[in-house]
Design a protein. Sequence first.
Length: 209
Amino acid sequence: MKFNREMLRAYFVCGTQNCQGNALEIIEQALMAGITLFQFREKGAHSLSGDEKRTFARQAQNLCRTYGVPFIVNDDIELAIELDADGVHLGQGDTPVEVARQFLPDKIIGLSISTPEEYQSSNLALVDYIGIGPIYPTQSKEDAKPAIGSSFIRTMRQLHPHLPIVAIGGIQLQHIPEILRKGADGVAVISLIACAHNISEVVDAMLYG
Protein backbone atom coordinates (compact mmCIF):
# COMPACT_ATOMS: atom_id res chain seq x y z
CA MET A 1 0.00 0.00 0.00
CA LYS A 2 1.46 3.32 -1.09
CA PHE A 3 1.91 5.83 1.72
CA ASN A 4 0.46 9.30 1.67
CA ARG A 5 0.57 11.87 4.46
CA GLU A 6 -3.23 11.99 4.77
CA MET A 7 -2.99 8.56 6.41
CA LEU A 8 -1.56 10.29 9.50
CA ARG A 9 -4.65 12.42 10.13
CA ALA A 10 -6.43 10.00 12.50
CA TYR A 11 -3.88 7.41 13.62
CA PHE A 12 -4.97 4.83 16.21
CA VAL A 13 -2.26 2.95 18.13
CA CYS A 14 -3.53 0.03 20.19
CA GLY A 15 -2.96 -3.38 21.71
CA THR A 16 -5.04 -5.56 24.00
CA GLN A 17 -3.34 -4.07 27.06
CA ASN A 18 -4.83 -0.66 26.25
CA CYS A 19 -8.46 -1.81 26.20
CA GLN A 20 -10.77 -2.39 29.13
CA GLY A 21 -13.33 -4.01 26.88
CA ASN A 22 -13.09 -6.24 23.81
CA ALA A 23 -10.08 -4.93 21.88
CA LEU A 24 -11.27 -6.16 18.49
CA GLU A 25 -14.64 -4.49 18.98
CA ILE A 26 -12.91 -1.22 19.89
CA ILE A 27 -10.66 -1.45 16.84
CA GLU A 28 -13.64 -2.10 14.58
CA GLN A 29 -15.57 0.82 16.06
CA ALA A 30 -12.57 3.05 15.37
CA LEU A 31 -12.35 1.77 11.81
CA MET A 32 -16.05 2.36 11.29
CA ALA A 33 -15.63 5.89 12.66
CA GLY A 34 -13.00 6.67 10.04
CA ILE A 35 -9.48 6.26 11.42
CA THR A 36 -6.92 6.58 8.65
CA LEU A 37 -4.10 4.38 10.01
CA PHE A 38 -3.85 1.63 12.61
CA GLN A 39 -0.76 0.54 14.51
CA PHE A 40 -0.70 -2.75 16.37
CA ARG A 41 1.36 -2.14 19.51
CA GLU A 42 1.29 -5.10 21.87
CA LYS A 43 3.71 -4.10 24.65
CA GLY A 44 3.79 -3.78 28.40
CA ALA A 45 2.04 -5.45 31.30
CA HIS A 46 -0.74 -7.90 30.44
CA SER A 47 0.12 -7.86 26.73
CA LEU A 48 -0.09 -10.96 24.56
CA SER A 49 2.92 -12.90 23.30
CA GLY A 50 3.72 -15.83 21.04
CA ASP A 51 0.84 -17.47 19.19
CA GLU A 52 -1.76 -15.39 21.04
CA LYS A 53 -0.10 -12.19 19.84
CA ARG A 54 0.11 -13.44 16.25
CA THR A 55 -3.51 -14.59 16.25
CA PHE A 56 -4.78 -11.28 17.58
CA ALA A 57 -2.60 -9.33 15.16
CA ARG A 58 -4.00 -11.29 12.22
CA GLN A 59 -7.57 -10.64 13.42
CA ALA A 60 -6.86 -6.91 13.73
CA GLN A 61 -5.21 -6.90 10.32
CA ASN A 62 -8.25 -8.57 8.75
CA LEU A 63 -10.46 -5.85 10.19
CA CYS A 64 -8.18 -3.18 8.75
CA ARG A 65 -8.31 -4.83 5.34
CA THR A 66 -12.09 -4.95 5.50
CA TYR A 67 -12.20 -1.18 6.02
CA GLY A 68 -9.29 -0.37 3.69
CA VAL A 69 -7.07 1.06 6.43
CA PRO A 70 -3.29 0.41 6.50
CA PHE A 71 -2.09 -1.97 9.22
CA ILE A 72 1.24 -1.04 10.84
CA VAL A 73 3.17 -3.23 13.29
CA ASN A 74 5.08 -1.62 16.13
CA ASP A 75 8.74 -2.68 16.28
CA ASP A 76 8.30 -6.38 15.37
CA ILE A 77 9.76 -6.75 11.87
CA GLU A 78 9.45 -10.54 11.90
CA LEU A 79 5.73 -10.29 12.59
CA ALA A 80 5.33 -7.60 9.93
CA ILE A 81 6.95 -9.89 7.36
CA GLU A 82 4.93 -12.93 8.48
CA LEU A 83 1.64 -11.03 8.16
CA ASP A 84 2.66 -9.05 5.09
CA ALA A 85 1.70 -5.94 7.06
CA ASP A 86 1.59 -2.57 5.38
CA GLY A 87 4.56 -1.36 7.40
CA VAL A 88 6.30 -0.93 10.74
CA HIS A 89 6.79 1.82 13.27
CA LEU A 90 10.15 1.98 15.02
CA GLY A 91 11.39 3.63 18.18
CA GLN A 92 14.91 4.91 18.63
CA GLY A 93 15.89 1.76 20.49
CA ASP A 94 14.28 -0.65 18.05
CA THR A 95 15.64 -2.15 14.84
CA PRO A 96 17.63 0.50 12.94
CA VAL A 97 15.75 1.99 10.00
CA GLU A 98 18.58 0.93 7.68
CA VAL A 99 17.97 -2.73 8.58
CA ALA A 100 14.19 -2.36 8.46
CA ARG A 101 14.33 -0.85 4.98
CA GLN A 102 16.43 -3.77 3.73
CA PHE A 103 13.77 -6.24 4.88
CA LEU A 104 10.80 -4.05 3.97
CA PRO A 105 11.85 -2.20 0.81
CA ASP A 106 8.32 -1.31 -0.31
CA LYS A 107 6.55 -0.96 3.03
CA ILE A 108 5.66 2.03 5.19
CA ILE A 109 8.26 2.82 7.85
CA GLY A 110 7.65 5.33 10.62
CA LEU A 111 10.20 6.49 13.20
CA SER A 112 9.73 8.08 16.62
CA ILE A 113 11.75 11.21 17.40
CA SER A 114 11.66 12.95 20.77
CA THR A 115 14.71 15.22 20.89
CA PRO A 116 16.99 17.27 18.62
CA GLU A 117 19.70 14.70 19.32
CA GLU A 118 17.53 11.86 18.04
CA TYR A 119 16.72 13.93 14.99
CA GLN A 120 20.40 14.49 14.27
CA SER A 121 21.17 10.77 14.45
CA SER A 122 18.17 9.59 12.39
CA ASN A 123 18.31 8.71 8.69
CA LEU A 124 15.09 10.37 7.61
CA ALA A 125 15.72 9.55 3.96
CA LEU A 126 14.70 5.95 4.72
CA VAL A 127 11.42 6.65 6.53
CA ASP A 128 7.99 7.62 5.25
CA TYR A 129 6.98 9.65 8.29
CA ILE A 130 8.11 10.57 11.78
CA GLY A 131 6.19 10.44 15.04
CA ILE A 132 7.03 13.33 17.38
CA GLY A 133 6.35 12.94 21.08
CA PRO A 134 5.30 12.45 23.70
CA ILE A 135 3.81 15.90 23.27
CA TYR A 136 2.12 15.75 26.67
CA PRO A 137 2.55 13.40 29.65
CA THR A 138 1.07 9.97 28.94
CA GLN A 139 0.20 6.87 30.94
CA SER A 140 -0.40 4.65 27.91
CA LYS A 141 3.26 3.71 27.44
CA GLU A 142 5.26 2.35 30.35
CA ASP A 143 8.50 3.37 28.61
CA ALA A 144 7.35 6.86 27.63
CA LYS A 145 9.94 9.63 27.54
CA PRO A 146 9.41 13.06 29.15
CA ALA A 147 6.83 15.27 27.46
CA ILE A 148 8.33 17.73 24.98
CA GLY A 149 5.41 20.05 24.20
CA SER A 150 4.21 21.08 20.76
CA SER A 151 6.97 23.56 19.86
CA PHE A 152 9.23 20.78 18.56
CA ILE A 153 6.62 20.07 15.87
CA ARG A 154 7.03 23.59 14.50
CA THR A 155 10.82 23.26 14.61
CA MET A 156 10.73 20.03 12.62
CA ARG A 157 8.23 21.45 10.16
CA GLN A 158 10.49 24.44 9.52
CA LEU A 159 13.47 22.13 8.98
CA HIS A 160 11.51 19.73 6.76
CA PRO A 161 8.55 21.43 5.04
CA HIS A 162 7.57 18.28 3.16
CA LEU A 163 8.22 15.58 5.79
CA PRO A 164 5.06 13.80 6.98
CA ILE A 165 4.74 14.35 10.74
CA VAL A 166 2.35 12.86 13.28
CA ALA A 167 2.16 13.94 16.92
CA ILE A 168 1.64 11.44 19.74
CA GLY A 169 1.56 11.30 23.51
CA GLY A 170 -1.08 12.42 25.98
CA ILE A 171 -3.14 14.18 23.31
CA GLN A 172 -6.66 15.23 24.26
CA LEU A 173 -9.39 16.65 22.03
CA GLN A 174 -8.63 20.25 23.01
CA HIS A 175 -4.99 19.86 21.94
CA ILE A 176 -5.69 18.83 18.34
CA PRO A 177 -6.21 22.27 16.72
CA GLU A 178 -2.95 23.63 18.16
CA ILE A 179 -0.98 20.55 17.10
CA LEU A 180 -2.25 20.87 13.55
CA ARG A 181 -1.45 24.60 13.51
CA LYS A 182 2.12 23.83 14.55
CA GLY A 183 2.51 21.77 11.38
CA ALA A 184 1.62 18.16 12.16
CA ASP A 185 -0.25 16.24 9.49
CA GLY A 186 -2.27 14.46 12.15
CA VAL A 187 -2.36 13.00 15.63
CA ALA A 188 -1.78 9.49 16.90
CA VAL A 189 -3.63 8.40 20.03
CA ILE A 190 -3.98 5.35 22.21
CA SER A 191 -6.23 5.86 25.23
CA LEU A 192 -8.18 8.74 23.69
CA ILE A 193 -9.86 6.17 21.45
CA ALA A 194 -9.30 2.95 23.42
CA CYS A 195 -11.02 4.39 26.51
CA ALA A 196 -13.50 6.69 24.77
CA HIS A 197 -17.18 6.75 25.66
CA ASN A 198 -17.91 7.95 22.12
CA ILE A 199 -15.30 6.77 19.61
CA SER A 200 -17.01 8.48 16.66
CA GLU A 201 -16.81 11.85 18.40
CA VAL A 202 -13.08 11.42 19.03
CA VAL A 203 -12.30 10.32 15.47
CA ASP A 204 -14.35 13.20 14.06
CA ALA A 205 -12.23 15.64 16.10
CA MET A 206 -9.06 14.01 14.77
CA LEU A 207 -10.29 14.15 11.20
CA TYR A 208 -11.64 17.69 11.22
CA GLY A 209 -9.58 19.38 13.93
